[in-house]
Write a protein that binds this ligand. Structure first.
Ligand SMILES: *Cc1c(COP(=O)(O)O)cnc(C)c1O
Length: 347
């Protein structure tokens, strides 16, 4: 008997390239799309190490935990880093980016997270992109949590490095991820003596051995299962229609906010402004005197499997995450989450 996971035919170069082309279509991009064989942290780190070095001056926007990580990598590369941190209950404004760029005209790299599932905010990338493009800096965007939940348009927004993963609103598994790379970003990497080469982190290796070689021979055996899962996940989005998938996430987020206000009991949306709240996941603030992780544990004990989590790290006591993404982006799931939270609060 053949096993569906184990007895797989090799994944051909043409098949691999066709999955990259589908990712490019999802992002409406003409840029090169490289699918990397690992969780999203692989291209996120590879893109920073490829483009940043001691000559780099970076504006690193922190709207959640990932921004913090990017700053650490940038400093590790020897870059001069200006952090622009905003409170996690809000989004960064394009005017703040413009002010930072005006204050430090030498900035030539801007790193930003589009939406943060961990804090529940989403940033106005189109407007920010305009400011970054006018300034001429390279624009790096983590769109792992936004892709599938809201538009992600690297070409229209002037994003030079746009990283996505399948494990959030795309409704797929973690394990493969992709990055779209502009000509400017490739040029920056080619000129960077510190860019990883002959390394798993290297985007330049993929350019030389795969993209520029006409995508006819894969540099190493791809992660077949994950590639097939990514393909299935893209097919499912194409069938439902990307606009419908995004509308489902937006409705789930709106319903969570509205439902929490109706529920009362002191639970509140963590992100104050609905326009700054991410469609991918809604974060809530626990009522005074209530421990968020205990509340979530009680709700999950009553109904296991709901997409509820407490905030990470220091946010564990005050933040509840309703992870209504992928197949959980539905009013039914949101209703069950709120019912379980309401019952846990009452108890
Ligand atoms: C989820 C997420 C990632 C991927 O990281 P995992 O925690 O390993 O899933 C990267 N960036 C952002 C903004 C995310 O929300």
């Amino acid at each position: 008997m053949t096993h569906p996971f184990l007895d797989l035919a090799p994944l051909s170069a043409a098949h691999f390239a066709s999955i990259e082309d589908r990712v490019a279509r999802l992002l409406s991009t003409e840029q090169d799309v490289v699918i990397m064989q690992g969780e999203a942290l692989l291209p996120l780190e590879g893109a920073i190490r490829g483009t940043a070095g001691p000559g780099t001056t970076a504006l690193n926007v922190i709207t959640g935990p990932y921004g913090q990580t990017f700053g650490d990598w940038l400093r590790d590369c020897g870059a001069t880093v200006y952090d622009l941190a905003v409170p996690f209950h809000t989004a960064v404004k394009a005017a703040q980016i413009r002010a930072a760029l005006a204050e430090h005209p030498e900035i030539d790299f801007v790193s930003l997270v589009h939406a943060e599932a961990a804090t529940g905010n989403t940033n106005p990338v189109a407007e920010i992109g305009e400011a970054v493009r006018e300034h001429g800096a390279l624009f790096y965007l983590d769109a792992v949590a936004s892709v599938g939940a809201e538009p992600v348009l690297p070409d229209a927004w002037g994003v030079d490095l746009c990283v996505i993963g399948a494990q959030k609103a795309m409704g797929g598994p973690a394990g493969v991820s992709a990055v779209s790379v502009s000509e400017r970003a490739w040029a920056r990497m080619a000129a960077n003596p510190n860019a990883p080469r002959r390394s798993y982190l290297s985007l330049l290796d993929w350019k030389e051995r795969w993209v520029d070689a006409g995508r006819t021979a894969l540099p190493h055996a791809p992660a077949q299962l994950e590639m097939l899962a990514l393909e299935a996940c893209l097919a499912r989005i194409e069938t439902e229609g990307p606009a419908t998938v995004m509308a489902r996430h937006a409705s789930a987020a709106a319903a969570t906010r509205a439902g929490v206000l109706a529920l009362g009991g002191g639970l509140e949306p963590y992100v104050y402004e609905a326009s700054e709240a991410a469609p991918v996941a809604t974060t809530l603030r626990a009522p005074a005197g209530v421990d968020a992780s205990e509340l979530v544990a009680r709700a999950l004990a009553a109904e296991p499997g709901l997409p509820l989590a407490a905030g990470g790290g220091v946010l564990a006591k005050e933040m509840i995450r309703v992870n209504h993404y992928g197949s959980a982006a539905s009013l039914a799931v949101v209703g069950r989450c709120l019912t379980a939270l309401g019952a846990a609060l009452a108890a």
